[in-house]
Design a protein. Structure first.
Length: 103
C-alpha cells in the first residue's frame, strides 16, 4: 500500500510525525490492514511515546493476532516502560509465532 510505504520512507528519514500521518491515511483506506498500525507503533516508540505505541500494537494484534512483529514491538515498548513481565510475555508470543530478530 502506497501510504504505508510513504510512512516507512518518512520514518526512515526521522520524520515521525509525518510518518504517523501517512500510516493513519493507510489505516483510513484499509482499516483492517494490521501493518500500518504496527508501523505507527514503531514511530511512536521511536519518539518515546510508549503508551501510544502499545495502543497501536494492540490494534495491530487485534486485527492480526499472528503478526509476530507487532508482538515483538509491543515487548520492546513494554520493556522501555519497565514492564519486564509483560515484555517477556510479548517476546515469548512473538517467538512462538516464528519471530526471529533481524541480523
Amino acid at each position: 500500500m502506497v501510504w504505508n510505504n510513504k510512512g516507512a520512507a518518512l520514518h526512515k528519514l526521522g520524520k515521525y510525525y509525518e510518518a504517523i500521518k501517512a500510516y493513519e491515511r493507510a489505516i483510513e483506506l484499509d482499516p483492517n490492514f494490521a501493518w500500518p498500525w504496527n508501523k505507527k507503533g514503531i514511530a511512536f516508540c521511536d519518539q518515546g511515546k510508549h503508551d501510544d505505541a502499545i495502543r497501536a500494537y494492540d490494534k495491530a494484534i487485534e486485527l492480526d493476532p499472528q503478526l509476530a512483529d507487532a508482538w515483538n514491538n509491543k515487548g520492546i515498548a513494554l520493556e522501555a516502560q519497565g514492564n519486564t513481565t509483560g515484555a517477556n510475555a510479548a517476546f515469548a508470543k512473538a517467538r512462538e509465532l516464528g519471530y526471529t530478530s533481524p541480523t
